[in-house]
Design a protein around this ligand. Structure first.
Ligand code: PLP
Length: 384
């Protein structure tokens, strides 16, 4: 039996979400833009999904745009704001953002848009004063900050950023928050914080692959990036996948509703894993301290000195333990993690990272098996 500790990459479909999806697949739904009865039935499913997502996130329904994934939502936010901004306008993004923010930002920079990276501290937490200094510059049209980092679990100081941004008055840029990893794990008051754009992804919380959300305050200047039909109020063209949206809405609703129980249970398991490992092997925890309430409770970024992350992940896979070196989007690359480098790690240390991310269905038995496997495997690699 394998142990899956890679929930930041993706999670398995929740049984109740699968049941809802199957029910909708069997409901004979047609194209939600068609005027006939099966078309209207699909429209009702899409409308209800939007209503439920909006209620779960505490934002108006008109702010919810369905997309295909978190990556699309991040691209849409960055490219859409800059497309609506005047020439010379640029952006500021956190140095440890996911590739789906950093790459569009770099593409915009290559096309002539000024780009600045906001620094983080040694635990991966965004430097608020430096970020606000960059965000307040006249050329900054958009600030993009992640709510929580996928590799080390550092949460962003969103309240302090919100306050600092509000104090910029007329110089305040639009604010995009990648909340893909924070959903169901950290409290998220997007409207209360004054966030203008946010990204979410259903497959990170037991929902189907292929459904993302772009939260968008329509009062902010923005241009759609996928054009064609008038779906999503013109914000994102393409026939809606009504059954998947219905299933995704349920997964998001459950993730928000069950967040406190998830944090208590999964956080305790993560601590148990860490304590057991620490007692039996030479291991370092990278990122924020385990008792930091703003961190992702399920994410452990570990370093076993002298052991390369890629070699370890391959060996663990043979032993039936699914882990990763960092982001799944870059785990094929042998480059050291840009997140760890931005946190000030030496290249060698940045190559030694192992990310374990626990999930809703992780058990005590999984933790004990994982610890035994890690002790055995790191010992074997060190003596090789
Ligand atoms: N943002 C963060 C912080 C992520 O961790 C991920 C996925 O790992 C994404 C964005 C991209 O989401 P998706 O896989 O839905 O494209």
């Amino acid at each position: 039996m394998s142990v899956y500790l890679d929930h930041n990459s993706t999670t398995s479909l929740r049984p109740e979400v699968r049941a809802r999806w199957n029910e909708l697949l069997d409901a004979g739904l047609a194209n939600a833009s068609s005027v006939h009865a099966p078309g209207r039935a699909a429209r009702a499913v899409v409308d209800e999904a939007r209503e439920r997502v909006a209620a779960a996130l505490g934002v108006p329904e008109a702010w919810v745009v369905f997309t295909s994934c978190g990556t699309e939502s991040n691209n849409a936010a960055l490219r859409g704001v800059l497309a609506a901004a005047g020439p010379g306008a640029g952006l500021v993004v956190g140095a440890t953002e996911h590739a789906s923010v950093l790459e569009p930002a770099r593409a915009l920079a290559a096309a002539g848009r000024p780009l600045a990276l906001a620094p983080v501290d040694g635990a991966g937490v965004l430097d608020v004063a430096a970020t606000l200094d960059l965000a307040g510059r006249p050329e900054c049209a958009l600030l993009a900050t992640m709510a929580a980092n996928n590799e080390v679990g550092a949460g962003a100081p969103l309240a302090a950023l919100a306050e600092g941004l509000a104090a910029l008055g007329a110089r305040r840029p639009a604010w995009h928050v990648d909340a893909v990893q924070a959903l169901g794990r950290l409290p998220l008051d997007l409207a209360g914080l004054g966030v203008d754009f946010a990204s979410l992804s259903a497959h990170k919380v037991g929902g189907p692959l292929g459904v993302g959300i772009l939260v968008r305050d329509p009062r902010r200047a923005w241009l759609p990036q996928l054009v064609g039909g008038e779906q999503e109020g013109g914000a994102r063209a393409g026939t809606e996948n009504a059954p998947a949206l219905g299933a995704a809405a349920l997964a998001i609703e459950l993730a928000v509703r069950e967040r406190e129980g998830y944090v208590a249970r999964v956080g305790a398991l993560a601590r148990e894993l860490w304590e057991a490992l620490r007692a039996r092997t030479d291991v370092r925890l990278v990122g924020p301290a385990l008792d930091d309430p703003q961190r992702l409770c399920n994410t452990l970024n570990l370093r076993f000195p002298g052991v390369r992350g890629h070699a370890l992940v391959a060996r663990l896979d043979l032993e039936g333990l699914c882990a990763s070196v960092g982001s799944a989007c870059s785990s094929g690359a042998l480059e050291p993690s840009h997140v760890l480098l931005a946190m000030g790690a030496h290249e060698e240390d940045a190559r030694a990272a192992l990310r374990l991310s626990l999930g809703r269905e992780t058990t005590h038995k999984d933790i004990h098996t994982a610890v035994d496997t890690l002790v055995k495997t790191t010992h074997a690699l060190r003596s090789a």
